[in-house]
Design a protein around this ligand. Structure first.
Ligand SMILES: Cc1cc2nc3c(=O)[nH]c(=O)nc-3n(C[C@H](O)[C@H](O)[C@H](O)COP(=O)(O)O)c2cc1C
Length: 193
């Protein structure tokens, strides 16, 4: 057993799909030994309200530690702070571009930059459609630097019955990437005869 919690940075940016960030926080809260550090972008405050009806404070209450987008002096802005990984859920094309070009122009982009330089796990749940060449090149750049591009694309083989089923299946796959135990969504055990 580690002598400290597994620390995960969760950023919610202004792409559609704010529910992915919310569900991720809700599920991580139920996993023992995980400490979440949350940053919500200004644009995400709008999408959260538009898409889920939730106010900033309600979402922040799901996290263990909350940081402001412009607080570049926050713990997670430094590689010496022992954070284990980061998920941007969802990730806008603007934040993708900032990460791809190492801009560190706000705390989300800086924390992501720290993950890449420290060779820690960084997952970008990028969301846009269709993609232009800048989006595609930025995704390639982040992949080349070791980040994981994880667009929240629904799957159907598990026969989802609701939007919640679809969202949870995707969130479960993200949590899998950190090796955490959970029972969120059914796993594929081979085709039914
Ligand atoms: C309702 C709504 C939906 C949006 N959906 C997307 C989207 O799916 N992908 C995207 O890249 N930007 C989307 N945007 C635009 C971003 O919010 C905008 O580019 C913003 O500057 C992103 O800033 P952030 O990355 O700091 O959150 C959307 C904006 C609104 C208001």
């Amino acid at each position: 057993m580690a002598d400290r919690p597994q620390r995960l940075v969760i950023a919610i940016t202004g792409a559609t799909g704010a529910v992915y960030g919310v569900r991720l926080l809700q599920h991580l809260r139920n996993i023992e030994g995980v400490e979440t550090h949350l940053v919500i972008s200004d644009a995400a405050v709008l999408t959260l309200h538009q898409e889920t009806g939730l106010q900033r404070k309600e979402v922040e209450a799901l996290a263990h530690v909350v940081h402001k987008q412009n607080n570049i002096g926050a713990s997670i802005a430094s590689g010496s702070f022992q954070a284990d990984g980061m998920v941007i859920a969802p990730c806008s094309m603007k934040t993708l571009a900032s990460v791809a070009h190492g801009l560190s122009d706000n705390l989300i982009a800086r924390a992501a930059d720290v993950m890449l330089k420290e060779r820690r796990r960084l997952i970008l749940m990028v969301r846009e459609t269709p993609f232009n060449l800048a989006h595609l090149r930025n995704m390639t750049a982040v992949t080349e630097m070791g980040g994981i591009i994880f667009p929240p694309l629904p799957s159907f083989y598990h026969q989802p019955q609701s939007i919640d089923d679809m969202v949870d299946h995707t969130v479960a796959r993200v949590i899998d990437l950190f090796g955490l135990c959970h029972n969120l969504a059914p796993r594929w055990n081979g085709m039914n005869p």
